[in-house]
Structures are given as C-alpha cells and as structure tokens.
Design a protein around this ligand. Structure first.
Ligand code: UTP
Length: 470
C-alpha cells in the first residue's frame, strides 16, 4: 500500500492533486476509503486513455467500409442435416464437461430504475421469478439434460455484488450445484470532467463505475476463474447477459456450429426490423467481423438498402457469444486487446468548494470496455442468426412508452411459451399469460417430449417440474 506522500506525488504528477483537497476535513475511515480508491487507479492506463483523441473520425471511416457480415442465416441454421450435426457436436461437448457459462450482471441498470441489481428483477410473467432465477435454471436444465456439469460464472460489480451475493445465497443458488457456481466481481473506472480531472462523488470518494461488460476478461483472469476453467478442461464458454431472459443458454446447436466451423468466437444476431434499432451492428470490415454500436453508426449508413429494399447492415447484436477458452486465455494476456470506449454522462459531483452539484447537461466522460471488441481478433469468427421471438428480448427501460420494458419482455415469454404449447397440439387461449419453467422444459423439443395429455390453457399457467417448488 502506498503512503500518503507517494499517493500525493502521483496525483501531483498526473494533474489530479484536487482529489486530496478535502483530506484534512475527513474522518480517518473516510481518509482510508479515499486512499484505497485512489490506490486502485491505474494512472498509467488512465493517462494513456486521456491522451488519446476521441475516435469520431475513425468511426465514420469504419462505417464507410462496413459490409454485411458473412452469416449463418436462420434458414441455414435450421437446415435439417447441418442442425442435427451441430446439435450432436454441442451435446457431446456439454456431456463431456467442456462447456461453461458466463453470465454478466454487473451493469447498474440505470434506465430501468429498479432499486436492486437488475438480475433480481421479477420477470416471470406468471411466477414472478427473477432474471437470475430464470437464467440460472436454464443452465441447470441443460446440465441435467446431459447429466453433466456446466460451471456457471456470474459476474457482478462493486455496485451489484453484495446484494446479488446475499440474494443468491438466500435462494440457495436456485439449486445450482455449489461446486459449479462462482460469483466474480468486475473492476471499476473513474470518470473525468471536461478538463480530464477525475470526478469526486463525495469529498471522501471518487465517482467510480463498472468498467463495462468487456471487463469480464480481466475479471475472469484476476479472480482465477479463467484458470479454473482451463484446469477443469472447459473448452467453450457460452456468454450471455442477465437482462435477456429469452437467452437460449448453452444451446447445443449454437455451440455445435461454433465447433464445426472451428471458430474462436461465435456471435448470435437478430435481423433488424428498424434501421435505427438500438442494437450493435454486426458487420464485416476488411474481412473481419466486428460490431459498430448503434450510437456510432451514422443514420445514412444504417439506412442503406439492398436492391430488393432489404436492409444492407441487417445484423443486430444480442450479446450472446460462444468463445474458445483458449482464445479468452490468449486475449487475456494482452492488456490492449479490449479498447476503452468513452460515454458522456450526467454525473453528480462535488465542486472545488465541496458543494454537491447536479448537472443539467452531460459533464463526465465514463470509460467502458465492450466484450464484442474481441470479434475481429478471433479466428473464423462466425455470426448466427436467431429469431428474436425465440432468443432475444432484453429488459432495459421502465417508462411504458419505451421499448424493451418489463411488460414487453413478459409478453414475449408468454407468447413463446404459448407457441410451444400450441405446436405440441394443445389449445392455449390468445393473450393468456403462460410460463414454462426451464426445469420443466428448456426448449421446444424438450417440451414436445415431456408434454403429455394437457388440458387447454385458458387461465394464467406456470408449468413446473413435478418435483420443483413453484
Ligand atoms: P447495458 O449496457 O444495457 O447496461 O448492459 P445495464 O446496466 O443493463 O443498463 P443501463 O445502461 O445502466 O440502463 C448490458 C448487460 O451487460 C452487463 C449488464 O449487467 C447487462 O446484463 N454489464 C454492463 C456488466 O456486466 N457490466 C458493465 O459494466 C456493464
């Protein structure tokens, strides 16, 4: 631990001496907190970030060269022979313990405005079960389907860690085997003002926020989880985010396509329904697959059409990926493999007089890493289309007028499950809320195998495994 003098000299030499402006007025525990936070900053990394130009010009040059990515379209994905082969490969990998799942849940969910970690949000349209429960049970169901272990790594962040950890422990990790369940916590980054000064949230604390879902690579490494995967013989990592309860977690077919194509990173996409849809644009630039954030793709490029009127840059990222563990290990050794992106945000701060200020305009630059920036570094990166009705509906916003609200997501779950029921030959009334627990059936083929004589569904129904607590 650095002494106060050492810290002070680092701050002087990096132009951040204002962080100790209120030092003498702080209690000893407040001094300790501030000392710890400042000691945690990588000033070399921050200095190099602050000296870089914003990437604006570069981004529009990228957009100009962006082509639609080579992709396995829905039709190709469901081609009977290719699909069967992929399912076989993926199933073998799961059955032999070569697959792990990483679930990122470190975001602050600021748009949703829920007062707990987003993973605790009650999303089951009938059960009211949380995002955590629904996704953890999906992975558990896959492990049970193949009688194997799927180590599950859930990433939290300092703002979501303690509550998530307590919540999951209280619910006994939703019956996930203890040996296969790990929580690991991602890092944080400071934010800076327009003069590149680190922002104080209080006199005794910095404004720190999670370093983006791309922080997963460093956090998996620093926590020892990546090494644990390698030691356990895990070859493939299925990656998903906690806000998408429709995720086809550890889908054998997606894993199988990844294996069949000898890909180091596979990403799932949906066909965009609106050129300006708020999803990352999956494109190919100079022959490499990569993602341009919706906010970075000028409308002029986003709206370009093919001759038949279809959208040229059609592929929207849903943040579902499959990685080779060896690829993650390789990129984890290179600190520069994931660049930081900047975002302008409104951040409440303490001014030089020690007064709290609530800005009306964005006043801060935050720094985040995005996991999808690994795509261009992957050998044979592949892109697989999924029907959003079957694999993607994320919880983002709270206002009823917005898209991606909890109600949209609950409706999407009910709609999908009504469809499974109807296609199995049972009547389900329009508009009736229906939910199938992943432990009853994790996908449609499993549902079709399990469902026996079932009464028509005319009222809200939650189908659970007979041995499962509802
Ligand atoms: P978003 O960028 O949509 O953030 O993250 P969010 O926290 O859900 O919501 P807002 O933007 O604050 O309203 C997409 C997914 O990535 C995870 C989130 O938990 C979410 O599942 N994530 C995001 C992290 O794990 N860490 C981060 O630093 C950021």
């Amino acid at each position: 631990m650095k002494s106060l003098e050492q810290l002070s000299s680092t701050l002087d030499s990096t132009g951040q001496a204002h962080l100790l402006n209120f030092w003498d007025s702080l209690s000893s525990s407040q001094q300790q907190q501030l000392h710890d936070q400042i000691s945690g900053i990588d000033f070399e990394q921050l200095g190099s970030l602050l000296s870089q130009e914003s990437a604006g010009g570069e981004l529009s040059a990228l957009a100009d060269r962006a082509q639609p990515p080579p992709a396995i379209t829905l039709e190709q994905f469901h081609d009977a022979q290719a699909h069967r082969h992929a399912v076989e490969l993926g199933s073998d990998a799961i059955a032999s313990g070569k697959v792990a799942m990483v679930l990122t849940a470190g975001g602050q969910g600021s748009r949703l405005g829920f007062e707990h970690p987003k993973g605790m949000y009650p999303i089951g349209p009938v059960s009211g079960c949380s995002l955590y429960q629904m996704i953890i049970e999906k992975v558990l169901a896959r492990a049970r389907q193949f009688g194997s272990s799927i180590p599950l790594y859930v990433m939290t962040s300092p703002p979501t860690h303690v509550e998530s950890s307590n919540y999951l422990a209280e619910h006994d990790y939703f019956a996930y085997p203890a040996d296969d369940f790990r929580l690991f916590c991602q890092g944080v980054m400071p934010a800076v003002d327009s003069e590149n000064k680190i922002i104080l949230a209080e006199k005794h604390s910095l404004f720190l926020s999670p370093d983006g879902h791309g922080g997963a690579v460093a956090a998996l490494t620093n926590s020892g989880c990546l090494q644990e995967m390698l030691d356990r013989g895990v070859e493939f990592v299925f990656y998903g985010q906690v806000d998408n309860p429709l995720i086809q977690a550890c889908d054998p077919a997606l894993i199988g396509f990844h294996i069949a194509r000898q890909s180091e990173m596979t990403t799932q996409v949906v066909r965009k329904t609106d050129p300006l849809q708020k999803v990352g644009n999956v494109v190919a630039i100079d022959g490499r697959v990569q993602i341009i954030e919706y906010s970075d793709l000028p409308a002029e490029y986003a709206c370009r059409q093919n001759e038949d009127g279809s959208l040229r840059l059609w592929a929207g990222s849903i943040a579902v990926h499959v990685f080779d563990t060896a690829f993650l290990d390789r990129v984890s050794r290179d600190a520069a493999s994931l660049p930081f992106h900047r975002a302008r945000k409104k951040v409440t701060f303490v001014d030089r007089n020690g007064e709290k200020q609530i800005p009306v305009e964005p006043n801060a630059t935050k720094f985040e890493r995005f996991i999808f920036d690994l795509l261009p570094q992957a050998r044979n990166a592949i892109v697989c289309e999924v029907d959003p009705a079957e694999g993607f509906c994320a919880v983002k916003n709270s206002a009823p007028a917005e898209s991606e609200t909890p109600q949209h997501v609950k409706d999407a779950i009910s709609r999908l499950h009504r469809q499974w029921i109807r296609r199995a030959g049972v009547r389900a009334e329009d508009g009736v809320a229906v939910e199938i627990s992943p432990l009853f059936a994790v996908d449609e083929p499993q549902f079709a195998r399990r469902v026996q004589k079932m009464e028509p569904i005319c009222e809200p129904t939650y189908l659970v495994d007979p041995g499962q607590d509802s």
